[in-house]
Design a protein around this ligand. Structure first.
Ligand code: ACM
Length: 698
């Protein structure tokens, strides 16, 4: 706590000595029996603060709360006399970090554990192996990391070869991280994913795989569900037991996660040796083979005094009673597990999947396109009234997932985690009724803490959504509207947007936004959201130009559908906006385009590497009917299935692997405003083309 105050308030409290500096004579921590494992009590009286708990964890959480009673940055403030009695609603309050798809440094993992702890989150589920990388040093099997931790990123056909991507945690790194986590009362649960998501391991040791004759395979550079499974030979189980032996030495956690998700069984079905092994074991079908697999591994862990956790696919007849089911297909798996008497964790997709973008604002970094706002997380209700009180005891808690396919760097992971992890922490800890407006108000001091720790939190919930239009009535001017998101507007707080037009940063005294602005080209508009006098969003700004009124980037256009909607990394350095694309149907709608003058349309397009493993679903991707060797961008008015009103040939773009502006075309005049649909017609799927921006008007 003294350390936290130093970091957020610049206060140095001498430990073990009386201090007058903070106006507090003593802060005492006392062991007192009778509290729950993580519960504590704080009594603030004049000149004395007493924190009581029955465990070091309870004292730790008491200290965290006490720290939070003094807002970040305050060096001389008052903590009111009060008594706080507090304890958690759920024992498991977790975050999953995927270090396989993208690798984070040990320093980052420690920093994450640190901020998790002061959110009172207590489980870091560490996803260490997957098709795209094996990230944990296993001394007995060095190829797992020398081969399995490196991949060649996917590229657009014809472009130059990229550098290998990879990295792994040495056992020394892991020991340091585990020791640090213990000081923060965070339990690290390692995940070794099996029998599926095994491509990196099979790349390192092909004999572990399920393809007869085991031809070599590389570590995957594709996202999605890959088909590589471990086989069921005794030698493979010996390998897995040896790996787990090293894992158990590194991680003292009571639980070990064994994956179990998305094991598509095609390779098992196709392999004569897997089938012959199944026959020897007397196992009839591929699903039952996974049951056998889970039983072997969970049994081994049980023999070592540990409990297996698996994704909800492990829930099959014969699942060991002590195995824990992590419910990710919604919450149904947790309910079913609790009814049959297994412990369960709520980790539902999409409700707690933090790889979704958190607002429709254009500034959101890559992720999945469907929005999961901080309010959506806050609104998630873990309590299941269908379960009896005894069954409810089996629901150990909840966990949010940071899958990192689209989080290429650590700052992005922080953005996706914060402040949604604060909403998770609150619903996992507090039994109080939810009050969204109150939570929002408390986010302002939370943001101050994030800033003090230099964390790249998302301010999306307080963000500003601008809309630009050419103003037909006042020639040359641009009509700008600014709005906050509905989840803020509906909370009825005293939130205002304030702005400036002279290039200066807005402050609490700047003009309050009310009506649409009519601005001339060249004007610099800067705006921010304020709660009372406190700025709660970062400052947003834009320089007005004629193009800003008519050009929209892909993430400002409406997708035609959202089957597999993604917000992808810009393909090259030439665009700063991520690419919004439904990879099953690359198609966008430019809403309310003024077509009365027969405007010109132009568009910039970019090829994407087709790095999605969609299995049979890939056959349903809309490719279109090309009229030329490279295909076209079709422009439709009045729906997407009408005959196109214009075709923009892709031929100039196909020569390049960066963003290309296609030659502009005129559109037929049509009175009023219309939705304009843009989609590709291609002679072949790969590369998949995406729209970078579209512009309708002069
Ligand atoms: C998962 O999302 N495959 C657990």
């Amino acid at each position: 706590m003294a350390d936290l105050w130093t970091r957020t308030n610049g206060l140095t409290l001498p430990i073990g000595a009386k201090t007058a500096r903070a106006g507090i004579r003593t802060i005492e921590f006392r062991d007192r029996p009778g509290f729950g494992e993580e519960a504590y009590e704080i009594k603030v009286a004049p000149q004395r603060i007493l924190v009581s708990a029955s465990s070091s964890t309870g004292l730790f959480y008491g200290a965290v709360t006490l720290w939070q009673l003094l807002p970040a940055g305050v060096v001389s403030g008052e903590i009111r006399a009060q008594t706080i009695a507090d304890g958690p609603r759920y024992a498991w309050r977790g975050l999953m970090l995927d270090s396989a798809r993208h690798f984070q440094s040990p320093a980052f993992v420690k920093s994450m554990i640190d901020w998790m702890a002061w959110h009172k989150l207590n489980v870091l589920h560490w996803h260490l192996t997957d098709d795209q990388g094996w990230r944990l040093e296993i001394r007995r099997y060095p190829r797992l990391t020398s081969v399995g931790s490196w991949r060649i990123p996917a590229t657009v056909p014809g472009s130059s070869a990229p550098k290998p991507y990879g990295g792994y945690y040495t056992q020394e790194d892991v020991r340091g991280i585990v020791a640090f986590a213990a000081t923060r009362h965070v339990q690290i649960i390692p995940e070794i994913d099996m029998p599926g998501h095994a491509q990196a391991a099979v790349a390192a040791y092909p004999e572990l795989g399920s393809i007869d004759g085991h031809p070599p395979v590389s570590v995957s550079s594709e996202w999605g569900v890959n088909p590589y499974l471990f086989n069921l030979e005794p030698s493979t189980f010996e390998f897995l037991r040896n790996v787990l032996d090293e894992v158990l030495q590194l991680f003292p956690s009571h639980y070990v996660h064994i994956g179990g998700d998305e094991a598509v069984k095609e390779q098992w079905k196709a392999s004569a040796s897997v089938q012959s092994r199944a026959a020897k074991l007397g196992i009839k079908d591929a699903e039952a083979l996974q049951t056998y697999f889970t039983q072997e591994i969970s049994g081994y862990l049980a023999s070592k005094g540990r409990r297996a956790v698996g994704w909800d696919e492990i829930m099959q007849p014969g699942l060991a009673r002590d195995a824990v089911v992590m419910s990710w297909h919604g919450t149904a798996g947790a309910r079913a597990a609790a009814i049959r008497g297994n412990d369960a964790i709520l980790a539902p997709d999409p409700g707690l999947y933090l790889d979704h973008r958190q607002s429709p604002l254009a500034g959101e970094p890559p992720g999945r396109l469907a929005v999961l706002s901080v309010k959506d997380v806050y609104d998630f209700e873990p309590h299941d009234p269908e379960l009896t009180p005894a069954q409810q005891q089996h629901v150990l808690g909840l966990q949010a997932e940071l899958w990192t396919e689209h989080m290429q760097n650590e700052k992005r992971v922080e953005w996706m985690a914060l402040p949604r992890a604060a909403a998770l922490a609150e619903i996992g800890w507090s039994s109080q009724p939810k009050l969204w407006a109150d939570f929002l108000r408390r986010l302002a001091p939370m943001f101050a803490r994030y800033r003090a720790f230099n964390l790249n939190y998302a301010d999306s919930v307080f963000g500003i959504e601008p809309d630009f239009a050419a103003d037909s009535g006042r020639s040359g001017r641009i009509r700008v509207t600014l709005a906050n998101l509905p989840e803020l507007r509906d909370a009825a707080l005293d939130a205002d947007i304030r702005y400036t037009l002279d290039g200066s940063d807005p402050n609490a005294a700047s003009t309050r936004y009310g009506e649409p602005l009519y601005l001339t080209a060249g004007t610099e508009l800067r705006a921010a959201t304020f709660l009372g006098a406190e700025q709660v969003s970062r400052t947003w700004g834009a320089q007005m130009n004629a193009v800003s009124a008519i050009r929209r980037s892909s993430n400002q256009l409406a997708p035609c559908g959202n089957a597999v909607g993604l917000l992808l990394e810009p393909a090259s350095g030439t665009s700063r906006a991520p690419l919004a694309v439904d990879i099953m149907n690359p198609c966008w709608i430019y809403r309310n385009a003024d077509l009365s003058q027969g405007p010109r349309i132009s568009a910039a397009v970019v090829p994407l590497p087709f790095n999605y493993e969609l299995g049979p679903a890939a056959a349903h991707i809309r490719v279109g009917d090309a009229r030329s060797p490279e295909g076209e961008l079709e422009v439709h008015v009045g729906g997407c299935d009408t005959p196109p009103v214009a075709l923009l040939p892709l031929a100039p773009a196909a020569m390049r692997d960066g963003i290309t502006v296609l030659p502009a075309k005129g559109l037929p005049a049509s009175a009023g405003r219309h939705d304009v649909c843009l989609r590709f017609a291609r002679p072949r799927l790969n590369p998949l083309w995406a729209l970078d921006w579209a512009q309708i008007g002069e």
